[in-house]
Write a protein that binds this ligand. Structure first.
Ligand code: BMA
Length: 337
C-alpha cells in the first residue's frame, strides 16, 4: 500500500465503537468440538460480573445451534460449554428443522428469567421463536411466535400498558422494515406496527433493516442499534446504524442516524463465509452505566467486540440525525411499490 493511500485510511469521521485489539475474540478454533463457524452471539452480564455469550455455532453440516461461552473480563479466557447448550428440536418444534440462529437475550425482571428470541429456520423460511431460561443450562421453549418470513427479534424488558413488546423484522417484497408487536402472555402477538423502514435508493440502509441487539433504555429514549443491508453489484454489505425511540411511546422514532456508525473494515469482517458483514446480537453495559460493549459476528465466521460510550452515542446521534417526521415512518401502502 502506498504511503499516501495508507494515510488516507485514517478515518476522518468520529469513531464511536473501538474494536478490541485481540479481535476476533472467539472462533471455531477455540471450540471444544468440531464446528464450522461461531458468530452473532447474544450477550448478557450475569449478576456475578461474568459475561455470557450465547453464540450461534454453525456445525459442519451448515445447520446452527447455540453454545454458551463465559468470561470474567468479557474479552479473554472464555470457558465454553463442552457440548451444544441448545440444539434445535425439530421433533417437537418442526420450525427448527434447519437449525436455530442469532439469539437476542433480554432479562425480564417481572419473571426473573431471560428471554431468548431467535430465528428458527423452518423449511418454509426463517421464523421467530422464544425460549425462557434462568441459567442458560435449562431452557423452556415458548415456541414459534412469528411465522415465516421473519427474524431479528428481541423482547423489551418491561411490559408496556400491561403487554409484552417485541421488535422484529418481517420480510416483505423488495424492502424489509422493522416492526413492533404486543402480547399479553408472550405467546399470542398482535397490535403490529412498523417502526423503522428501509430507506431505499442508494442509502447504506436501503434494502433491509433489522434490529441488532435488544434496544437500550437511556434517559433520552430507547436506543436502537440496527443493522442494514445494502445490495451492491458485488454482493451485500451489512452495516450498523442507530435510532432513538420515545421512552413513553416505543412506536415513535425521534431520531435516526444519517450515516452508519460501524461498518466492515477489518480483515475478519471483510473476509469469511459471508464477507462484508458485521452483525451484533448482544451488548453489555458496565457498572459505570456508560461503557457499552457490542458483541458481533464478523463475516459469519467469528465473534468480535467493540466498545463505545452511551453518552457519546447519544450526543453523536443528536448532532448527526434528523428529527423524524412521523409521516416518514407511518405505514403507507405506497412503501410497497
Ligand atoms: C442475515 C442473518 C445473519 C447473517 C447475515 C449475513 O440474514 O441470517 O445471521 O449474519 O444474514 O449472512
Amino acid at each position: 500500500m502506498s504511503q499516501i493511500y495508507a494515510e488516507k485510511q485514517k478515518p476522518q469521521h468520529e469513531v464511536l465503537f473501538s474494536r478490541e485489539q485481540s479481535n476476533p475474540i472467539l472462533s471455531a478454533l477455540d471450540w471444544p468440538y468440531p464446528v464450522n463457524s461461531v458468530f452473532n452471539p447474544g450477550a448478557v452480564l450475569l449478576e456475578d460480573g461474568t459475561t455470557l455469550l450465547l453464540c450461534r455455532v454453525e456445525d459442519r453440516s451448515g445447520l446452527s445451534h447455540f453454545c454458551a461461552a463465559r468470561s470474567k473480563d468479557g474479552i479473554s479466557d472464555w470457558i465454553i460449554d463442552k457440548k451444544p447448550t441448545l440444539l434445535p428440536d425439530p421433533s417437537k418444534y418442526p420450525e427448527e428443522t434447519w437449525g436455530i440462529e442469532d439469539p437476542r437475550i433480554t432479562y425480564l425482571p417481572e419473571k426473573g428469567e431471560y428471554a431468548v428470541a431467535y430465528t428458527s429456520y423452518s423449511m418454509t423460511g426463517p421464523a421467530v421463536s422464544l425460549a425462557l431460561t434462568k441459567d442458560f443450562r435449562k431452557f423452556n421453549r415458548v415456541g414459534m411466535v412469528m411465522p415465516p418470513l421473519n427474524k431479528d427479534a428481541a423482547l423489551l424488558s418491561h411490559k408496556i400498558g400491561g403487554k409484552w413488546a417485541m421488535i422484529h423484522r418481517p420480510t416483505t417484497p423488495k424492502y424489509s422494515h422493522i416492526w413492533i408487536s404486543f402480547s399479553p402472555d408472550l405467546r399470542h402477538w398482535g397490535d403490529h406496527q412498523m417502526i423503522l423502514r428501509a430507506r431505499r435508493g442508494p442509502w447504506w440502509d436501503s434494502d433491509k433493516v433489522g434490529l441488532s441487539p435488544p434496544v437500550i433504555k437511556t434517559s433520552e429514549g430507547w436506543l436502537m442499534i440496527y443493522h442494514s443491508v445494502r445490495q451492491t453489484a458485488s454482493g451485500v454489505i451489512y452495516r450498523i446504524g442507530m435510532a432513538l425511540f420515545d421512552l413513553g411511546c416505543h412506536q415513535t422514532c425521534l431520531r435516526r442516524s444519517d450515516t452508519w456508525v460501524f461498518s466492515p473494515e477489518e480483515d475478519y469482517e471483510r473476509h469469511g463465509d459471508v464477507g462484508n458483514v458485521v452483525f451484533p446480537c448482544g451488548y453489555t453495559i458496565a457498572e459505570d452505566g456508560d461503557t457499552v460493549r457490542l458483541y458481533y459476528g464478523g463475516a459469519d465466521t467469528c465473534v468480535a467486540v467493540a466498545t463505545g460510550s452511551l453518552r457519546r452515542l447519544l450526543g453523536w446521534l443528536h448532532d448527526n440525525s434528523k428529527v423524524m417526521d412521523q409521516s416518514d415512518i407511518l405505514f403507507k401502502e405506497v412503501e410497497y411499490d
